[in-house]
Design a protein around this ligand. Structure first.
Ligand code: GLY
Length: 345
């Protein structure tokens, strides 16, 4: 009877429906983003460079936060935040993507909805302006989870995703990075803030990891996670890292948490890091912070993997551990508490 009455009220007075929705919304929401981990040292950065990163992180954070504040979904918020970072040359994703050995840019991205456990991912796309938008369309318009290469681009055209000429990704600094290691077997996970430091798979202490990511909890109690990257400078043979792999670089489940990783992809794949954080919470009852720290500072370190992650749980707790010198990271909570951090301390 109560339901019939409610239905009549909602049909007759749409404002009543609105107020009902407002009632079931929680005021507990938050967003966390990262712009990559690595050898990011204050001494290697000018004040202008630091300011540029801070401003772009702030813009990305605010764009997602506004959506959450207005009652929008976690998945919309993280997609928006990632697009802001993909459109900036500062990060190794979208516009700022590093070069492959062949001088191309091959982009990977993934996104996951913690409410439905639906996920979408794309790998090795060359002409998609915002791979994260394409990953989102994979969730909504396909029966699959991951599309790759030319097939993914055909799918993008079908759904009118913005395509760009490869010249869009031209970046002199990134080309310099490639030319330095092109003739070697080195594969560099570089963030690009210091020309003098070249990392490779055996000298990871000197590496910097690009990649961007975002996780959020919305007012409806839903979690979502997303990651986007250009991968590694000088990568060959269609190499794919952890970022587009659900469970490795990205994972979200309303029952536990949402996670986005950054670092040396091969190690994150082998440790299934993003899912591992959720599993540690679900099966071992660890808190978000303990689970994230264990995955990054114990298990990854033991395997020799460098990097970090951002995570948020269903109660709005956040974690941002990394085992490198720095990680571009930022968060903003419903109570207005907000921080943008780059270095270790
Ligand atoms: N974590 C980014 C990559 O390894 O491609």
């Amino acid at each position: 009877m109560r339901n019939v009455l409610l239905a009549i009220l909602c049909i007759t007075f749409p404002m009543f429906l609105f107020s009902q929705n407002q009632l079931i919304m929680s005021e507990n929401f938050a967003i966390v983003i990262h712009g990559g981990a690595g050898t990011i040292l204050k001494k290697n950065m000018t004040d202008e460079q630091e300011k540029a990163y801070q401003e772009k992180l702030q813009e990305a954070l605010d764009s997602g936060y506004t959506i959450l504040k207005d009652g929008g979904s976690a998945i919309d918020a993280i997609e928006k935040a990632i697009v802001v970072m993909e459109d900036s040359p500062l990060f190794n994703a979208g516009k700022g993507a590093v070069y492959t050995n062949a001088g191309t840019n091959e982009l990977d991205a993934s996104i996951m909805d913690g409410k439905t456990l639906n996920a979408g991912a794309v790998s090795g796309v060359r002409n998609v302006k915002n791979p994260i938008k394409l990953a989102r369309v994979v969730i909504e318009k396909s029966e699959h989870v991951m599309l790759s290469g030319k097939g993914a681009e055909d799918f993008a055209k079908q759904y009118k995703i913005e395509m760009v000429d490869s010249a869009y990704f031209y970046n002199e600094h990134r080309l310099k990075q490639l030319n330095k290691i092109k003739d070697s077997e080195k594969i560099q996970l570089d963030h690009s803030d210091n020309d003098d430091e070249q990392g490779d798979i055996t000298e990871l202490k000197d590496s910097k990891f690009g990649t961007v990511g975002a996780v959020a909890l919305d007012k409806h109690g839903n979690l979502a996670a997303a990651t986007s990257t250009g991968g590694m400078t000088n990568k060959k043979f269609g190499r794919i890292g952890d970022s587009p792999i659900i469970g490795a670089g990205t994972y979200a489940n309303n029952a536990t948490c949402a996670v986005s990783c950054t670092g040396h992809g091969e190690f994150f794949i082998r440790n299934v890091v993003a899912y591992d954080v959720a599993a540690l919470m679900e099966y071992k009852n660890l808190s978000l912070v303990d689970a994230a720290n264990y995955a990054v500072n114990e298990k990854l370190v033991k395997l020799g993997g460098d990097g970090g992650l951002i995570a948020i749980d269903k109660d709005g707790n956040i974690a941002m551990p990394f085992n490198t010198k720095g990680m571009y990271r930022a968060y903003k909570k419903a109570n207005g508490e907000s921080k943008i951090l780059i270095f270790k301390n």
